[in-house]
Design a protein around this ligand. Structure first.
Ligand code: UTP
Length: 301
């Protein structure tokens, strides 16, 4: 480790998007607060960051930030009610969220895109590499990803994205990576990124998912990045510049994730994620497993 490339300590969680795919549920609260089984999606993401030692968490929030701040804050009145009742299980469950790391908030103002949200982290992050975690993607706590990405960032001194293999017919829903294998390495080099290509144009079946470990050089690039797809400042455009240009901290690498990932970005995949996670949970799993086969049988009648 050198001082010019310190180890990652900070996580940035953008949560200022409008969440239009979940309207009307997201009219007054961020989609990151939607419950997945029994916790808001964002709590899984904060737990993942803290789990690899990123105790300094910055959330980029929008106009509905109140629910987020309240969720990670203490609620003394509720704590004393549960203490009086002797309900330690529930008490621990609410304290778990307020004991997670050191959480900071900054407002995005206008939600001008993911790149714009990440740029709002510049002052807090400073000149260090940092992780970005999107609440749309939940990575199963039993599978390893972020720690590996942090190691690859330390080794390469560039930026790192997470990739998954998807069916070629699905690639048009993702950013797609044109990659070069690196002999003897557990990661790949990214030659270029293509946003939502048709299956014919896609350079691979490797899709970018919502985990990044970025060199702070991304901030200067984002300052110069104009509006892209949808008129928004896109993180993918800045990564494309880092992958193809030259400069200190340039170079983008990819870690291919083969573990369990749950997409919660739209209503259908969100519902599937809730079921997948609930069948594995200790308290809900047995009842759900018992009920599901009968329910599925009725559907095929
Ligand atoms: P999405 O592309 O899923 O956008 O953002 P969205 O606005 O939240 O959702 P839809 O498409 O309207 O339903 C990916 C992540 O980036 C954050 C979102 O909160 C989400 O975690 N984001 C997006 C911001 O923080 N700011 C933005 O301007 C855009």
């Amino acid at each position: 480790m050198t001082t010019s490339n310190p180890r990652v300590r900070k996580a940035v969680i953008p949560a200022a998007g409008l969440g239009t795919r979940f309207l009307p549920a997201t009219k007054a609260m961020p989609k990151e607060m939607l419950p997945v089984v029994d916790k808001p999606a964002i709590q899984y993401v904060v737990e993942e960051a803290v789990g690899v030692g990123l105790n300094d968490v910055l959330m980029i929030t929008g106009r509905n930030k109140r629910a987020l701040e309240d969720h990670f804050d203490r609620v003394p009145s509720l704590e004393s009610t549960l203490t009086d009742k002797g309900d330690t299980k529930k008490l621990e469950s609410i304290q778990a969220a307020s004991n997670l790391g050191d959480i900071h908030y900054v407002r995005q103002g206008d939600p001008n895109g993911l790149g714009h949200a990440v740029l709002r982290a510049r002052q807090h992050v400073g000149n260090e590499p940092f992780a970005v975690l999107l609440g749309d993607d939940l990575i199963d706590a039993r599978d390893e990803l972020l720690g590996t990405m942090i190691d690859v960032q330390a080794k390469t001194g560039g930026s790192v994205v997470a990739l998954i293999e998807v069916d070629p017919s699905q690639i048009s829903a993702y950013g797609c990576a044109d990659i070069q294998e690196l002999d003897g390495e557990g990661y790949v080099r990214i030659n270029r990124l293509v946003e939502k290509p048709s299956p014919d144009e896609a350079p691979s079946n490797l899709a970018v998912i919502g985990r990044y470990v970025l060199h702070p050089a991304v901030f200067d690039v984002l300052e110069e990045t104009g509006p892209g797809r949808g008129g928004e400042i896109q993180l993918t455009d800045a990564l494309q510049e880092l992958a193809t240009g030259e400069g200190e901290g340039y170079g983008v690498y990819g870690v291919v994730f083969r573990g369990r990932r749950y997409d919660t970005g739209d209503k259908l995949s969100y519902l599937k994620a809730c079921v997948q996670l609930a069948v594995d949970s200790d308290d809900l799993g047995p009842g759900l497993r018992e009920w599901l086969p009968g329910f599925a049988a009725q559907l095929s009648k």
